[in-house]
Design a protein around this ligand. Sequence first.
Ligand SMILES: [Zn+2]
Length: 414
Amino acid sequence: MTELDLDDPVNVSTTAGRIFKIIRDHGPLYGKDIVRRTGLAKSTVSAYVDRLMSVGLLREEIPDGMKRRKLKVAESAGYVVGVALGQSHLSVALCDLEAEIIDSVGGPVDLVRESPEKVLNRVISYARELEQRAGLGPSALFGIGFGLPSPVDYSHGVPVNPPVMPGWDRFPVASFLSQEFTCPVFVDNDVNVMALAERDKGAASDLAYRKGSFLLVKAGTGIGAGIVINGEIYRGAKGAAGDIGHIGIDGDGTLCRCGNTGCLEAVAGGRALAARAQAAARGDRSPYLAEALVRGEALDAEALARGAACGDEECLRLVASAGAYLGTVLAKLVNFFNPSLIVISGGLTNLGERFIASVRESIYSRSTPLATADLIVKKSTLAGRGATMGAAILVLDEVFSHRNVGMLMRKISD
Ligand SMILES: [Zn+2]
């Protein structure tokens, strides 16, 4: 067998997969760049590129003022659906093969009261609505990706011991959706898919980080981290890696909903912060928050940021302490894991740049100098799009993996 054996399915898949991945990661590329990056013979690259173009997965692009063609993913050759389920909101997005959002739809959800069947039936009707609006046929969908606010057994596509979703433990999310759609369905923890979005589209998308190691921290009502090692998600033995919300803050006795005391989430999560803001407003410690309460405004992260910007001392203190608590836990991770980048997202980022600065300061003061030598800590720029885009990327990484590209090519050719 040679690399040019286009009749051998395993060979087609691995070689085509290699070429396609390089174009996905680095494209648009000239043919000579693909030869250089893969180390394959020019004739081999050319044969596989022709095959990938004939099934419609690649297309040519001629840069302005240039004569020679570059190759890129044919982004409209198919579509994927990215689903982001939060504790109070469901978003479903239709994305192209470069994970760009074409259209999206969503609405509020109550994970405590609504059954998994009810929520998933809404996912189905949203996805069908998006297909219809885009005028897509049944074979246009390459896959569905799903981010859940729970640890997930990735290989079986089921949530495991979700702390905030009664009735979802081991519910067969992937197979429930597979019964409705003929395409594959992939389910992962929401923070993991957000990390994929940062890797490909956000703060970590510089080449140095795409193959690098970084943390995506979602700090909101819950607090969790997506761990990316050499460009790949690290899920741990049971899918529970990165559940940092229940790492203890030394000496703190606040009771957490998990039953332990002093958990990061119980001390610095969105609910804890809102409770502190309420107490400060009612206890006359914060003139800004007391007035906001009288005006009937929500005492949330935005309110604290506004109060801090006005110089309200209690708001400044609350913002700084939330950052310091998060930074204290992240410092432990930095010492252990030595990432090159930490991206912070979630509702707590609405506390503003002061919050990020406080996180940064706490990490730097508690980590070893070598671990923080080139460490960057910054806020996500993807806003609300990270989870649906990341769920789409989860699908694309799977359907375009070395072993699956050949299968996809055959499916399209048939
Ligand atoms: Zn806890």
